[in-house]
Design a protein around this ligand. Structure first.
Ligand SMILES: [Zn+2]
Length: 428
């Protein structure tokens, strides 16, 4: 589907940069050009859309964007009247190798589903994600599917299947005994949803995962040690620090699953880049995140989905897990923490990624601010902002168009009419 001449360029921007981005060969003569003509352009940075802007794309890059862009003779004009053009959305927390828990429980997906089945399903999930306007995902762990995310990413980059750009975490890392599935006879060896490692072995495991393809290192800073009990910290402060140091020195960002205030505090002090979930976050720990520049992925859509699987109809009063997530989101906003947009999609259906955006807006964040977070914000937090997340000359042409104006009605992000990734049109 894509041109076989695709090369892989490793961009080394800063000390921490991870995404290997596909790019067109620089020597190609007159790569295809498009002049995109929407009603307005939301550039990913300015909360106010630019009425009447057009965007010129050549090859895999944005060549120009503004009110007076002249189209070269060879440009194909794309009429997007009435629509808003915006940067491709960036999913901050996906699991392309999971499917909704109301279809199959997490335990059964990890223990009973063959790797080939999970991979086949992940290819469908990848396509649904791209067509929903999410042109990049940070996929935070295969949950028992090993390094299959590395292969899925390659299949997308080679144009074998359509899908988003992927930052992959491979297996993710948990303290021995902390994760699942569990609850089995002690003599039975049960495959785990992530790799167990501790102490010095944790550093080795971080390096091993990076060597095998991890763009981002995912650590579980806390978890339910036994089914039914509350989350408690897993890794020690020293373990977290050693793991983060190993990841950062290899140029990888670190995401920490953390629900407890203590797990969050250790993760922040260890220098992680993002905290996932954070339901029990306190004003003190969010203040610390703000001071240390750690971004927060509240995953409102995950708690919302799980509560619905347990019978909640969405009406108030919200069940405790939903109320807790909303409260943490409010505290984080009040503390001025940088918001990451990532719904933990996979818990709910791929292609429904916009749920997190809608729930963040419903919880009080202005629509334009949510959209900035889902584009340039996530790009910045994931150290890919020099290539993605903004409609600006020189950046990769990952662009979508939605019906209406999502800064006025956030639900417009679901009305995706046009998807371009790297200058190639996937939906129109
Ligand atoms: Zn997750």
């Amino acid at each position: 589907m894509m041109k076989p001449l695709t090369t892989v360029l490793c961009l080394c921007l800063a000390s921490v940069t991870t995404l290997a981005l596909s790019t067109m060969p620089a020597s190609a003569a007159d790569p295809a050009a498009y002049l995109l003509k929407p009603a307005r352009v939301f550039d990913g940075v300015d909360p106010k859309p630019h009425e009447g802007w057009t965007v010129l794309v050549r090859g895999d890059k944005i060549e120009a964007a503004g009110p007076a862009v002249t189209a070269p003779a060879d440009a194909t004009e794309v009429d997007l009247a009435g629509k808003t053009l915006l940067p491709g959305l960036i999913e901050g927390h996906s699991h392309l190798f999971l499917h909704p828990y109301n279809e199959t429980s997490w335990d059964d997906q990890v223990l009973h589903e063959p790797l080939a089945l999970r991979t086949a399903r992940a290819t469908v999930a990848a396509k649904a994600t791209l067509l929903a306007g999410f042109t990049t995902v940070r996929d935070l762990g295969t949950e028992g599917a090993g390094y299959a995310d590395v292969g899925l990413k390659q299949a997308i980059e080679q144009g074998i299947i359509p899908g988003p750009r992927m930052l992959v975490a491979t297996r993710a890392l948990v303290a021995t005994g902390a994760y699942g599935p569990k609850g089995f006879e002690a003599n039975v060896i049960i495959p785990q949803g992530a790799e167990e490692a501790d102490g010095a072995n944790l550093v080795s495991a971080v390096r091993h995962q990076i060597g095998l393809g991890a763009d981002v290192v995912k650590l579980y800073a806390d978890y339910h040690w036994r089914p039914g009990e509350p989350s408690r910290p897993t890794f020690s402060q020293a373990e977290m620090e050693a793991a983060v140091e190993a990841a950062h020195s290899a140029g990888r960002i670190v995401a920490a699953h953390a629900n407890t205030a203590e797990g969050m505090r250790r993760a922040v002090l260890a220098g992680v880049d993002t905290i996932e979930h954070g339901g029990e976050g306190t004003p003190e720990v969010f203040k610390l995140m703000r001071e240390r520049g750690v971004a927060y992925c509240p995953t409102l859509a995950a708690s919302d989905a799980v509560a619905r699987y347990r019978g909640w109809n969405g009406a108030d009063p919200a069940p405790p897990m939903v109320a807790q997530a909303r409260k943490a989101f409010g505290l984080a906003r009040a503390a001025g923490v940088t918001m990451c947009v990532g719904g933990d999609v996979g818990v709910f259906a791929h292609g429904e990624n916009a749920r997190e955006i809608e729930l963040m807006a419903a919880a009080g964040m202005p629509a334009a601010q949510v959209l900035i977070a889902a584009t340039s914000g996530n790009a910045h937090s994931f150290h890919i902002g020099e290539q993605l997340g903004t409609v600006k000359s020189g950046l990769l042409a990952d662009l979508i168009a939605v019906e209406g104006d999502p800064t006025r009605d956030i639900h417009a992000v679901r009305a995706v009419q046009f998807v371009m990734k790297g200058g190639k049109v996937y939906a129109q």
